[in-house]
Write a new protein. Structure first.
Length: 200
């Protein structure tokens, strides 16, 4: 007597018997035909669409100070590799999740930004970007990305990343929907995301 598993496999093999194996042509140009300025505009548009804030800045320290004051963020955490001159903040020394929860805000650098998806990538091998936990627990994340680190597409980003690095890809503040499709923010990470584009 055949098992249900054997029946399924026989049906799959029978269906595949007449199929033609297709070779997918992967010789395509992953870049966008956009100028650098247009890439930055596209990144801004996508990030704002996610209900995050976006600020272009030639003075990151000043911009951070303004954001902290505007949103009343006082208990601020930064990774050990981020310059402390930007803000009066506590440096992360492997705080526990409960300790991280006491911080209003975390400030980190970032590895890359992807214009088409509005995605910011953190590389946790970089001390200025910190370990993953600090970008997930505090309610607000201020993320700094340098304009030269903005790429057009996911393919371009992957080609520039080291696959062995521990990464977090962020597309807007944390959000999910319940069974009735009601949007709920802050369940799996920061409720608020502020992106600062550091201009050269």
């Amino acid at each position: 007597m055949s098992t249900a598993r054997e029946d399924i496999l026989q049906r799959i093999n029978a269906a595949r018997a007449g199929m033609i194996s297709l070779q997918v042509d992967r010789r395509y140009d992953p870049s966008l035909a956009l100028s650098h300025a247009e890439l930055l505009d596209l990144l801004e548009d996508r990030i704002l669409d996610y209900k995050a804030t976006f600020t272009r800045s030639t003075n990151v320290a000043q911009t951070i100070t303004r954001i902290l004051a505007e949103y009343g963020l006082r208990n601020v955490l930064i990774p050990a590799g981020l310059s402390t001159q930007w803000t009066m903040a506590t440096v992360d020394f492997n705080f526990s999740s409960d300790q991280l929860d006491e911080f209003d805000c975390v400030i980190t650098a970032s590895e890359l930004g992807i214009a088409t998806t509005g995605t910011i990538i953190l590389n946790h091998s970089d001390p200025a970007q910190g370990r993953r936990a600090i970008s997930l627990v505090p309610d607000t994340h201020i993320c700094i990305i340098r304009e030269e680190n903005v790429v057009g597409t996911v393919v371009e980003a992957i080609r520039r990343l080291n696959p062995k690095d521990h990464q977090t890809w962020i597309s807007g503040p944390s959000a999910t929907s319940d069974i009735e499709l009601e949007r709920v923010e802050g369940v799996h990470g920061p409720r608020n995301l502020h992106v600062i584009l550091a201009l050269c």
